[in-house]
Design a protein around this ligand. Sequence first.
Ligand code: E4P
Length: 257
Amino acid sequence: MTIMAVLLFRRTHRSRNEGREPPKADLNNETEQDMQFFIDTADLEEIRAANELGVLDGVTTNPSLVAKIVQEPDRFTYDDFKAHIAKICEIVDGPVSAEVTTLTADEMIAQGEELASIDENVVVKCPLTLDGLKATRALSGSGIRVNATLVFTTTQAILAAKAGASYVSPFVGRLDDISTEGMALIRQIVTVYENYGYPTEVLVASIRHPQHVVEAALAGADVATIPYKVIGQLAKHPLTDNGLERFMKDAAIFGRE
Ligand code: E4P
């Protein structure tokens, strides 16, 4: 191989995990490169139920998901919103994304700092706009983790990584909705991040069904944020149900103490 060929080979085979220890199993069956499962909801009951399964790593919310669980919208204040995020952080010991609700960089930075002060697990969600990029750079520069949201192209994902985002959230379901293959975007972003060793984690958002989770895993995405209903669907199979019914019937001959 010529020197150029060696350099090219090394460049194209550089992985985001380069330099890390190889995956190690621990007692919880986790590896350092474990695919993370977040729940995509602001509903405390759903979060508790998913957390009890023992496979939940974090939570993502957005203003629409929060609005869904508010019972008295006229009386819900910004302090109530922050208190709600604090409650989520009490339930789940992992990253909890809370989204800014302002449009200018300065306001996003101020709001992001306020949200991050709720709990060390809060990750501030900033939209992938030019102002959002500035806010992402400023917040991540001061040690606050940012989830770059509303991402629909690879160029947006590159900008998120360059601005120092901890997570990038491409919305696969919303792309599928407009007849564009959302998962193709995930595959591109994973490849580009690997090409350059960007540490930004690819968080697959807007998941609608189990096949999105399968394809996210095949693409090597770091995180899938999954609605509660879809988490249930991941475990479901009619052959499991039928097999169990049969085993229970046959086990009846053992009797019970
Ligand atoms: C989470 O981070 C996103 O805001 C969410 O997955 C969007 O999902 P939707 O497209 O189903 O609203």
